[in-house]
Design a protein. Structure first.
Length: 152
């Protein structure tokens, strides 16, 4: 699923809506995560290495890995939702494939199936020492629900 080229970009309106929502997420700010790319049905989030996001062996903590994967998938779905809606995760499963070591990890959420109510995304997390040296360390799947703002 992963493609490093990422030539396509979401519209300025969608990018603005995604960034405004992301900026309201306390956990992403606390972790130090940032959005690196927004395309229709695809979002990439990067988390730099620092002691606060590691576990006892020095690898990225599974909680940090899972959190950015969840957000990447959620925002990938959100890129396809109408303007007057919001996104919530219904469920997700993540497989930790290898210890996540490097100077950063990046999560890519990609819409697999977009629906009127539920959307399913594929989640991938890569550990990187540099942009050229990346290793798949986690993958998963997620189901999201579209919620009208008036229903919140």
């Amino acid at each position: 699923m992963e493609d490093q080229a990422e030539p396509e970009v979401a519209s300025p309106e969608v990018r603005k809506r995604i960034h405004e929502s992301f900026d309201r997420q306390g956990l992403m700010a606390h972790l130090g995560a940032r959005i690196a790319h927004i395309a229709p049905g695809r979002v990439r989030i990067v988390l730099p290495a620092r002691p606060e996001v590691t576990q006892q062996h020095g690898y990225f903590h599974a909680g940090a890995t899972s959190a950015i994967a969840d957000s990447a998938g959620g925002y990938a779905a959100y890129t396809l939702f109408p303007e007057d809606t919001e996104v919530l995760t219904v469920e997700y499963k993540i497989n930790l494939l290898a210890p996540a070591a490097g100077d950063h990890i990046e999560a890519i959420g990609t819409v697999l199936k977009h629906g009127r109510t539920l959307t399913v995304c594929v989640l991938e997390v890569f550990a990187a020492q540099s942009d050229a040296n990346r290793k798949l360390v986690a993958n998963g799947q997620q189901t999201l629900i579209r919620v009208n703002r008036s229903e919140q």
